[in-house]
Design a protein around this ligand. Structure first.
Ligand code: S3P
Length: 220
C-alpha cells in the first residue's frame, strides 16, 4: 500500500512538473541521463534549437538525442522539404535544380520556425541564406557542430544521396565548402566541437551544458 502511494506520488509529481514551476524556481536545472522532463524556465524557453553544420556533422543524430533529452519535438528540415515536394532531395536537385531546392528550403524552414519550439536539424546550406539566418536569429538558438574535414569525409561516404558531393572529389568539395561556410556558421550562438568518435548522446549532453551556461546577454 505504502509502496503504491510512494510510486503514485512520484509519477504525479513528474506528470505535473509544469504546474509546480514556482516551487522549482531558483533550483539549478540539471538534465539527467534518460530524463525526458524539461524545466519550463530554461535558457531555451520558447525558442527552437537550430543545428547547423556541414554535411556529415551529425545534425540529425545529435538533434534527435537533444530533442529526446529536452523533451522537445525533433524535425529534420530536409525530410520536411522532401515531404513537401513529394520527392527526394536528390530528385529536387536533378529535376528542378539547386535554386528551386533553396526556395523550397527557405519556405519550409520559415514555416517550421513559426511553429512550436523544437529541435530543428537544417541542411548544410540553409544557414548560408541571409533571410533564413535572420529568422533563426529571431526565433531560435543556433548550435554549430564544427567537425573536421577527415570526419566529414568519412561520414559522408556512408551515403551517396547528397547531390552536392556528386560533382567531384567529396574531400575537395567539403574542403571548399568549409572555407566558404565556416565563417558564416561562426555566427551561431553556440559552437560545439564534437570529439573524434563521440556518440551523438554525448555531444547532445554537451549542447545542453552549453545552453545552460549561455550568458544572459548572449541569449537571443
Ligand atoms: C546541403 C546539405 C544537405 C541537403 C542538400 C544540400 C548543403 O543536407 O540539404 O543536399 O548545401 O550542404 P545535410 O547537411 O543534412 O546533408
Amino acid at each position: 500500500m505504502l509502496v503504491n502511494y510512494v510510486k503514485f506520488s512520484a509519477v504525479y509529481r513528474l506528470r505535473h512538473w509544469h504546474s509546480t514551476a514556482p516551487r522549482t524556481q531558483g533550483v539549478p536545472w540539471r538534465p539527467r541521463p534518460g530524463c525526458r522532463m524539461t524545466k519550463p524556465d530554461t535558457p531555451i524557453s520558447g525558442k527552437s534549437i537550430v543545428l547547423v553544420g556541414l554535411m556529415g556533422a551529425g545534425k540529425t543524430s545529435v538533434g534527435r538525442r537533444l530533442a529526446h533529452n529536452l523533451d522537445m519535438p525533433f524535425i529534420d528540415a530536409d525530410e520536411e522539404i522532401a515531404k513537401a515536394a513529394g520527392c527526394s532531395i536528390g530528385d529536387i536537385f536533378e529535376i528542378y535544380g539547386e535554386t528551386a531546392f533553396r526556395d523550397g528550403e527557405r519556405r519550409v524552414i520559415m514555416r517550421l520556425l513559426d511553429g512550436e519550439p523544437r529541435v530543428l536539424a537544417t541542411g548544410g546550406g540553409a544557414f548560408m541564406d541571409s533571410s533564413i539566418r535572420s529568422s533563426i536569429g529571431k526565433r531560435g538558438i543556433t548550435v554549430w557542430l564544427r567537425v573536421g574535414l577527415d570526419t566529414l569525409v568519412r561520414r559522408t561516404r556512408r551515403r551517396n544521396d547528397r547531390p552536392l558531393l556528386k560533382g567531384g572529389s567529396p574531400r575537395d568539395i567539403l574542403e571548399r565548402l568549409m572555407a566558404e561556410r565556416y565563417p558564416i556558421y561562426a555566427e551561431a550562438n553556440i559552437v560545439i566541437d564534437p570529439k573524434k568518435n563521440e556518440t551523438p548522446e554525448k555531444t547532445a549532453r554537451r549542447v545542453i551544458r552549453a545552453l545552460e551556461s549561455l550568458p544572459q546577454e548572449a541569449r537571443p
